[in-house]
Design a protein around this ligand. Structure first.
Ligand code: NDP
Length: 453
């Protein structure tokens, strides 16, 4: 790192000391973009990076709600409005007990670069709550969502800030929040994305993150004259992103042998075929069950419970060609990365946000395998949210084929932007630098043009 970058990181660390994930996300961008700042002193003079790491606005609020048994609960709600230089704030809402300000700042920061890469006019934001939807009744989830939106509605709008789903926020939660927004504001408008098809949603939005991630991986393979045909793939998670990643890998001729949740993982050497995937979707989306039940149903699979005493996750030691981490941040550490490389993995495409620790990222980049950071490879979700916003504004709906074609085109364009930026700044084949630099340039130019705001 240059002297400027080291000084910059020291200052960011001093100001945000209790936020390790945010510091991790910033450090990666600064490492990639030092070379850009050397070539563009005007960005440095205008303190573009210094401004980028300060959210434009942080909203934090109390979310009181009542359980079915009458007990009163209080959660914390957040919205981090990080950067609006290229469009209204856009990014998901996460409901998970681990949610805190630092996690949301990391996600909002990543979102700024990701949204810039999509080619669509969207700024970056992220929000959520430490509420845990797991084990709650539908009525409890509804009361929580209504209380959350009662405050959030003051701060969002179709031209201001347009939230979507993330961990713990799927179609059910978006529906409850949209209903409450409409009731309070007396407006039927595209204020949230990920809506149901009958009330303003876009075809392919549920599939988009997973499909997009596999499209990005297909581009990386094609660039090396290869394809998914016959490839064995590891997928972690079993939620929205994992499910549609598995589906698209099957479409393109690959096989998937793992899936997981926070309690453990299944290894199915016979492969998760379409019938098994349909069961997994029903299990997770309708029954809201656990991944262990997959192994109860299919004897070809083994289930391994999560063992916190281990220094690695055995899922990542299963021999395979490609890996699609699709659960959560920092789920691949240095030991996992070593195991993956030793067991044949030559492509990693991140469906989750920042699933690889900095040591794992360095191992992937140094080895020269095809490694796509989440802000590039999982951008298909927010890109399709952008397409949902366009359809809402025009008050029309595109066909499944039309949205899918646009999604594939966007993923190809993101891939090309990463390749071009990595080439231009002297690190060909490095998708981390490519994504960070390409994402940074557009936002930095817009910030410079808009003056000191
Ligand atoms: P879901 O809530 O649908 O699924 C999350 C999955 O990850 C579940 O299987 C969950 O298991 C598992 N998981 C969550 N937290 C942990 C943890 N701490 N340890 C182990 N497993 C965990 O979320 P999504 O599929 O939407 O999101 C997955 C990832 O993709 C996140 O990083 C998200 O930020 C990212 N992402 C999502 C986008 C989207 O469009 N939805 C867009 C871009 C990125 P369990 O059920 O046990 O909690």
């Amino acid at each position: 790192m240059s002297g400027y970058a080291t000084e910059f990181m020291d200052a960011v660390r001093a100001k945000n000391s209790g936020e390790p994930e945010f510091l991790q996300a910033v450090a990666e961008v600064v490492e990639s973009c030092s070379v850009v700042l050397d070539r563009h002193p005007e960005f440095r003079d205008a303190k573009i990076l210094e401004r980028m790491v300060e959210p434009e606005r942080v909203i934090m609020f109390r979310v009181p709600w009542q359980g079915d048994d009458g007990e009163v609960h209080v959660n914390r709600g957040f919205r981090v409005e990080m950067n609006s230089a290229i469009g209204p704030y856009k990014g998901g809402l996460r409901f998970h007990p681990s949610v805190n300000l630092g996690i949301l700042k990391f996600l909002a920061f990543e979102q700024v670069f990701k949204n810039s890469l999509t080619t669509l006019p969207m700024g970056g934001g992220k929000g959520g709550s430490d509420f845990d939807p797991k084990g709650k009744s539908d009525a409890e989830v509804m009361r929580f969502c209504q209380s959350f939106m009662t405050e959030l509605q003051r701060h969002i709008g179709p031209d201001t800030d347009v939230p979507a789903g993330d961990i713990g926020v799927g179609g059910r939660e978006i529906g409850f929040m949209f209903g409450q927004y409409k009731r309070l504001r007396n407006e039927f408008t595209g204020v949230l994305t990920g809506k149901g098809l009958d009330w303003g949603g876009s075809l392919i939005r549920p599939e988009a993150t997973g499909y997009g991630c596999v499209y990005f991986a297909a581009e990386m393979l094609a660039a090396r004259g290869d394809s998914f045909e016959g490839k064995t793939c590891l997928v972690s998670g079993s939620g929205n992103v994992a499910q549609y990643t598995i589906e698209k890998i099957l479409d393109l001729g690959g096989a998937v042998v793992t899936a997981s949740d926070s309690s453990g993982f299944i290894h199915d050497p016979a492969g998760i075929d379409r019938a098994k995937l349909a069961y997994l979707m029903e299990l997770k989306n309708v029954k809201r069950g656990r991944i262990s039940e997959y192994a109860d149903k299919y004897p070809s699979a083994t289930y391994t419970p999560t063992d916190p005493s281990l220094d690695h996750n055995p899922l990542w030691a299963v021999p395979a060609d490609c890996a699609f981490p699709s659960a959560t941040q920092n789920e691949i550490n240095a030991v996992d990365a070593k195991n993956m490389l030793a067991n044949g993995v030559s492509l990693v495409a991140e469906g989750a946000n920042m699933p690889s620790s900095p040591e794992a990222v360095h191992a992937f980049v140094e080895t020269g395998i095809m490694y796509a950071p989440g802000k590039a490879s999982n951008a298909g979700g927010v890109a399709t949210s952008g397409l949902e916003m366009s359809q809402n504004s025009m008050r029309l709906s595109w066909s499944r084929e039309e949205v899918d074609t646009r999604l594939r085109g966007i993923m190809q364009s993101i891939h090309q932007s990463c390749v071009d930026a990595a080439d231009e700044y002297g690190t060909p084949g490095n998708y981390v630098n490519g994504a960070n630099i390409a994402g940074f340039m557009k936002v930095a130019r817009a910030m410079l043009a808009q003056g000191l705001v």
